[in-house]
Design a protein around this ligand. Structure first.
Ligand SMILES: NC(=O)c1ccc[n+]([C@@H]2O[C@H](COP(=O)([O-])OP(=O)(O)OC[C@H]3O[C@@H](n4cnc5c(N)ncnc54)[C@H](OP(=O)(O)O)[C@@H]3O)[C@@H](O)[C@H]2O)c1
Length: 362
């Protein structure tokens, strides 16, 4: 993470809270925000099962260095906007509760950066990967007018949709996607903690993840859609997704076949992906990697084991770009599901909002 001065005239970091701080994505927020140059965690919230306990008692720390003693000894509080004082909340809540809780926070004037599926497809809610469609944050003004609240809900996408959209954005922008077929191999950490029972997944592949295929298909179209005059027009290409759970710890791998309006050669597609810089305002943001998208020439990559932590987990790695006998081109993309596909994506959204002045009043 690069050290950057806090944007605007602000002297102190923004105080932030993490909702669902005890879960897999919540813990990733705690890790990524530990030394953040602009944001400082002041509150950790979770369910009533955890509220009142010290964070270290309420959390089974999954990996990496344990958090600081200040974080470990902090008391977990309830996900209640009357109790949480921070004006900005990162939500890693389970979808069964995120709908009600996130709305209560937005109504109370808080800025909610959500990882849950509940509001992603609402027409006035931005679904954002900063480098891909940072301009969609323009929807916040419409959301506030329409809903009559001073807070906001900004979402990041399903983890597989995120990996696929980062890989495809430069190609869609230049050549126009006509048809997309994709098949995922998704890591177990994508199911949260404790997630899939070990005896179900070890030595196995599960060809079903509840609700994942329709989510991936519809979110891809919104992410690669265009924003104008206060609304997002989703992309209109045909998309068909197969989703599978595989015994990999972190990193979703996605095999894709793509049909284009204007067909590039594999070499042209590779050059386009390599030259892509993403939405200009994201350049230099602390969590943005120098290269959000990397194309490898190695014939047996990307691999989760070797490539998942590229760019601090924020880089999507693409390989095996070649012709396709049914559509036009095929390729493999891989990215970190709890970093790029969840907590890191949310933090980058917040950084883009901060840089654009949207958090000045928070
Ligand atoms: N894992 C990924 O790769 C990934 C990627 C993208 C998006 N997401 C989304 O991110 C969210 C979190 O996923 P996860 O994998 O971190 O799940 P998880 O490990 O199961 O964690 C769920 C969190 O929600 C809290 N929670 C559950 N019920 C609650 C309630 N009634 N009130 C308040 N808090 C409650 C839990 O607190 P307690 O510990 O107190 O029960 C825990 O902190 C989900 O919406 C998921 O779909 C996950």
């Amino acid at each position: 993470m690069t050290t950057q001065p806090i944007p605007g005239k602000r002297k102190n970091k923004w105080p932030v809270a993490v909702l669902g701080a005890t879960g897999a994505v919540g813990q990733m927020f705690v890790r990524l925000l530990a030394d953040h140059p602009w944001f400082e965690i002041v509150e950790l919230a979770a369910s009533e099962r955890s509220a009142g306990k010290k964070y270290s008692e309420a959390t089974r720390w999954l990996e990496g260095s344990p958090p600081s003693s200040t974080i470990q000894s902090r008391r977990v509080i309830a996900c209640d906007p009357g109790v949480v004082s921070a004006p900005i909340v990162f939500s890693a809540l389970d979808a069964t509760v995120a709908g009600e809780v996130e709305m209560a926070f937005a109504k109370a004037g808080k800025f909610v950066l959500s990882n849950a599926k509940n509001y992603r497809m609402e027409p006035d809610v931005p679904l954002v990967i900063p480098e891909v469609n940072g301009d969609h944050l323009g929807l916040i003004d419409c959301q506030r007018k329409r809903r009559g609240w001073s807070g906001a809900i900004v979402t990041n996408a399903n983890c597989s949709a995120t990996v696929a959209a980062v890989a495809l954005a430069p190609l869609h922008q230049k050549y126009g996607i006509r048809q997309l077929f994709l098949s995922t191999m998704q890591a177990v950490s994508g199911a949260g903690y404790p997630g899939v029972p070990s005896l179900d997944i070890l030595g196995n592949v599960i060809p079903y993840i509840a609700d994942e295929e329709p989510k991936l298909e519809r979110e891809m179209l919104k992410l690669l859609g265009t924003y104008a005059d206060g609304e997002v027009s989703s992309a209109t290409f045909k998309v068909s997704a197969h989703t599978n759970r595989v015994p990999v710890e972190h990193g979703h791998t996605i095999c894709m076949s793509i049909g284009f309006e204007e067909v590039p050669t594999p070499e042209e597609a590779i050059e386009t992906m390599r030259k892509w810089e993403g939405f200009p305002a994201t350049k230099g943001l602390p969590t943005r990697p120098e290269h959000p998208l990397v194309v490898t020439d190695q014939p047996d990559r990307p691999q989760p084991k070797r490539d998942v932590n590229a760019g601090g987990g924020m880089t999507v790695t693409v390989g095996r770009v070649r012709r396709d006998a049914i559509l036009d081109l095929r390729l493999v993309a891989m990215g970190h599901n709890t970093v790029r596909g969840a907590a890191g994506g949310s933090v980058l959204n917040a950084e883009l909002l901060a840089k654009g002045g949207s958090l000045d009043s928070a």
